[in-house]
Write a protein that binds this ligand. Structure first.
Ligand code: IPM
Ligand code: MG
Length: 360
C-alpha cells in the first residue's frame, strides 16, 4: 500500500529529529512492504525567509492532498519579534484550521525506565503516570475575534474565547471514545465559575456523557487542575479541555513525565488525514548540535501509522523499540541521568532502527 506523507522539517532541531524519524519509517516500510512517499514542504521561519510567508499556499495544498503530515518544529528567536505581523507560529494555526484538525491528542506517559527524569517524588509517581490530554484545536481564543484600539496614548486589546455546541460536542465525543479504550475516566477542565463559554462546555459535555454511562466524568476548574497535576497526577486518565487550557496543561503534563523531548502528539479531524508532531518546540539553543532527542518525533510517526493509516502493529513495533532503547540505558542529554549512556540525535535514531531490525 502506498501512503503520501507531507514532511515539514521546519526550524531549529526540526530537520534533525525528522531525519531520524524518516529512517525509522523507511525501515518499517521495508519490513512490512508499505510504500511511504514523502513530499518535503516549507513552513515556519524557513518559509518566511524563503517565501515571505510562514505557510505558503503550495505547502497547505500538498498537505491537503497527502494522507498525513509529519512536522518537526517551527519558530526561533530570529522571527520572535512580538510586534512582527508575520510569525512562524501562524503556520501551525493555518495548518490546523486549513486541514480541519480540531482534535489534539497529547499523551503524557512516564516511561518506567525514565522515572528518574520526572521532577515529582517517587511517592507521587506511584505505579506511573499515563494521561491523555484531548485539546480542542481550532476554536476558542486562538481563533476568536481580536482587536487593538488606539485612543491617544491609551491602547486597548482584546481576544475572544468563543465556542459553539457543535465544536464542543465533537471533541467531547473523542474524549469519551478515547477513555473507553483506556481507564474510562474523563476530566473536563474549564473555568465555569467565571466564563460563559466554560458553562456551555459543561452543559454539552454532560449531554455527550449520557451516551457513555460507563465513563466516569469529573469536572475541575483549570487552576485546580494545574495544582492536581503535580499533587496527584494518577487521578487523571483523559483530560478534555479548550484550546488555550489544553496548550498550558499539556506542557505541564509533559513536564511531570520527565521530558518534553519524549512526547508525541496527533492532530486529527473528520477524515484520516492528520498532523503528527513532537510536543517540544524548535529548541534553537541546541539546534545543529546533533544532541536533540528524536524520540518524540519517532513516537509521533508511530501515532501516524496507528491513527491515519490503521497500522497498529507497525506502530507498536516502533513503540517497543523506543522502550528497549530506554531500558538499555541510552539517553540524549535531556533525559540523561547517572549510570546511563549519553548518545546524540543520530545514534538515538540508529538505536531505534537497530532494535526494530532485531525485532525485540
Ligand atoms: C503548541 C504550541 C503552539 C500552540 C504555538 C507554537 C502556536 O505551543 O502546539 O502547544 O500554542 O498551540
Ligand atoms: Mg504549547
Amino acid at each position: 500500500m502506498e501512503y503520501k506523507i507531507a514532511v515539514i522539517p521546519g526550524d531549529g532541531i526540526g530537520p534533525e529529529v525528522i531525519d531520524e524519524t524518516i529512517k525509522v519509517l523507511n525501515l518499517i516500510g521495508e519490513k512490512y512492504s508499505h510504500e511511504f512517499n514523502y513530499k518535503y514542504v516549507l513552513a515556519g521561519g524557513i518559509a518566511i525567509d524563503e517565501k515571505g510567508t510562514p505557510l505558503p499556499g503550495e505547502t497547505l495544498e500538498i498537505c491537503r492532498n497527502s494522507d498525513s503530515v509529519l512536522l518537526g518544529a517551527v519558530g526561533g528567536p530570529k522571527w520572535d519579534d512580538p510586534t512582527a505581523k508575520i510569525r512562524p507560529e501562524q503556520a501551525l494555526l493555518g495548518l490546523r484550521s486549513g486541514l480541519g484538525l480540531y482534535c489534539n491528542l497529547r499523551p503524557a506517559v512516564l516511561h518506567s525506565a525514565l522515572r528518574d527524569a520526572s521532577p515529582l517524588k517517587d511517592s507521587i509517581i506511584g505505579d506511573g503516570i499515563d494521561i491523555c490530554v484531548v485539546r480542542e484545536l481550532t476554536g476558542g481564543i486562538y481563533f476568536g475575534e481580536r482587536s487593538l484600539v488606539k485612543n491617544g496614548d491609551e491602547e486597548t486589546a482584546s481576544d475572544t474565547e468563543k465556542y459553539s455546541t457543535s465544536e464542543i460536542k465533537r471533541i467531547a465525543k473523542i474524549a469519551f471514545e478515547t477513555a473507553m479504550k483506556r481507564k474510562k475516566k474523563v476530566t473536563l477542565v474549564d473555568k465555569a465559575n467565571i466564563l460563559e463559554s466554560s458553562r456551555l462546555w459543561r452543559r454539552v459535555v454532560d449531554e455527550v456523557h449520557k451516551d457513555y454511562p460507563e465513563v466516569e466524568l469529573d469536572r475541575q476548574y483549570v487552576d485546580n487542575a494545574a495544582m492536581q497535576l503535580v499533587k496527584n497526577p494518577r487521578q487523571f486518565d483523559v483530560i478534555v479541555t479548550s484550546n488555550i487550557f489544553g496548550d498550558i496543561l499539556s506542557d505541564e503534563a509533559s513536564m511531570i513525565t520527565g521530558s518534553i523531548g519524549m512526547l508525541p502528539s496527533a492532530s486529527l479531524g473528520e477524515g484520516t488525514n492528520g498532523m503528527y508532531e513532537p510536543i517540544h518546540g524548535s529548541a534553537p539553543d541546541i539546534a545543529g548540535k546533533g544532541i536533540a532527542n528524536p524520540l518524540a518525533t519517532i513516537l509521533s510517526a508511530a501515532m501516524m501509522l496507528k491513527y491515519s493509516f490503521g497500522l497498529a502493529e507497525e506502530a507498536a513495533v516502533i513503540e517497543k523499540a523506543v522502550e528497549k532503547v530506554l531500558e538499555e540505558g541510552y539517553r540524549t542529554g535531556d533525559i540523561m541521568s547517572e549510570g546511563n549512556k549519553l548518545v546524540g540525535t543520530k545514534e538515538m535514531g540508529e538505536l531505534v532502527v537497530k532494535y526494530i531490525k532485531e525485532g525485540k
